[in-house]
Ligand binder design. Structure first.
Ligand SMILES: [Cu+2]
Length: 411
């Protein structure tokens, strides 16, 4: 087991509620987080807590049965009871984030920076069918700090500034959240800037573990009577970020995110509809952040794009026995080209307009059988459609293939 040098960490969090400002400062090895265990859900609350750690997957290490597959400082994804990757359904503020990178350099939790997370829940055992379309390995449900309505007709200003740093990799983090709200409206702006150099230890550096990420989000909510409409848009710009466990490192991940949600609070029931979309442009390389290959023919740069649109419509009964029915949709498309900057003719069209469309319908209900026994029953049907454009190779591989075909003819 390897031990990294311990980091000295300073975190400062400033909270402003209305016009009253309070100041809080601490120096500690790790942020304080609250882990709560329930019958069916593990939950970690980070509300008003400060963490320099950029990757929210690390928070899962505090949950029984959960672990993290960590390929880099910003490239981690959940593992639960041995299952990981796309087998774990990850939902952030109700939406599914499709990664742009073909090997999940920007895994879904890349879009929930730890300093902006307010709550992570993981279902113990089998996940409810309502938690997502494909949940065979479990569900991780993340809520980020957001604007919300207040019980006042006057506009109330609230906010939070988090600042943190670590000395072993010169990491800095600044996160700002400002909300203006009354009982009918909220307007919210979130900003995040974080960066770090390669981790240093007495004998040298761990390459490539540097990272850089900036993020801005804006949201608006409107409530009138039983109706509520919320719209959130954001842009993530990840710069150079190492992924030492993968063959390449991130040069950039630029992602635009858009979400809209409508809620109708009826008499004893709720109707929710959610629409979301993201658009990712990603570049990675094997010769810029890490030691470059000795052979220039082995240099690789890859351009990846991914886009997705999805949504769901849910009816939930809130009186008597709980009951929920819903329909959800997710469409995604990916393309990836691999090139060599030293060989202009070299091109591998690795994925070309690879699409995956899924439509699901479900129904779920809870039964209280006795004071000690309850039963949750759910049924879901998904329809999955996949297709892809043609892929191709040219340059060296094409030449090698020609030689191989020539040799085969000689045999
Ligand atoms: Cu990548």
């Amino acid at each position: 087991m390897k031990h990294l040098p311990s980091a000295f960490q300073i975190s400062v969090i400033v909270l402003a509620v209305a016009s009253v400002f309070s100041f809080y400062a601490e120096a500690s090895d790790a942020p304080v987080i609250i882990v709560e265990g329930e019958k069916s859900v593990f939950s970690i609350s980070l509300e008003k807590e400060n963490t320099v750690t950029p990757d929210s997957t690390e928070l899962l290490n505090g949950m029984a049965g959960a672990s993290v597959v960590k390929n880099g400082p910003l490239t981690g994804f959940a593992q639960y009871r041995g299952m990981f990757g796309q087998r774990i359904n990850t939902v952030i503020d109700g939406a599914t984030h499709t990664s742009g990178g073909p090997n999940w350099m920007d895994a879904p939790l890349h879009y929930a920076p730890a300093s902006q997370v307010s709550n992570i829940r993981i279902y113990r055992g089998v996940s409810p069918v309502s938690s997502g379309q494909e949940t065979i390995g479990g569900s991780v449900i993340v809520e980020t700090k957001s604007g919300e309505f207040v019980d006042s007709t006057e506009a109330i200003l609230s906010g939070e500034i988090s600042v943190g740093g670590e000395t072993n990799n010169n990491a800095t983090m600044v996160s700002v959240l400002v909300t203006v709200a009354n009982k009918n409206h909220w307007l919210n702006v979130k900003g995040l800037g974080e960066q770090a150099d390669d981790i240093e230890f007495d004998g040298g550096e761990i390459m490539p573990t540097e990272y850089e990420r900036n993020r801005i989000d804006m949201g608006y909510g409107f409530r009138f009577g039983a109706h509520k409409i919320e719209v959130v848009g954001g842009r993530n710009e990840t710069g150079d970020a190492g992924a030492p466990a993968l063959p390449m490192d991130i040069r950039f991940v630029d992602t635009d995110i858009l979400k809209g949600k409508y809620t109708y609070q009826g008499d004893g029931f709720v109707v929710e509809s959610l629409l979301f979309a993201n658009d990712v442009e990603h570049l990675m390389s094997n010769h810029l952040l890490r030691e470059a290959p000795s052979n220039t023919m082995s240099y690789r740069t890859a351009t990846a794009t991914g886009e997705s649109q999805g949504g769901k419509l849910v009816y939930r009964s809130e009186v008597g026995r709980s009951f929920e029915v819903g329909i959800d949709v997710l469409q995604s498309e990916h393309s990836t080209d691999v090139t060599n900057p030293n060989m202009p003719m070299f091109l591998v069209e690795n994925f070309s307009e690879a699409i995956r469309d899924s439509v699901g319908v479900y129904a779920e209900s809870n039964f209280e059988l006795s004071d000690m026994l309850s039963l949750e029953v759910g049924i879901r049907a998904n329809h999955i459609r996949m297709d892809s454009g043609e892929v191709s190779v040219s340059g060296t591989m094409e030449m090698l293939r020609s030689i191989q075909n020539f040799l085969m003819k000689l045999i």
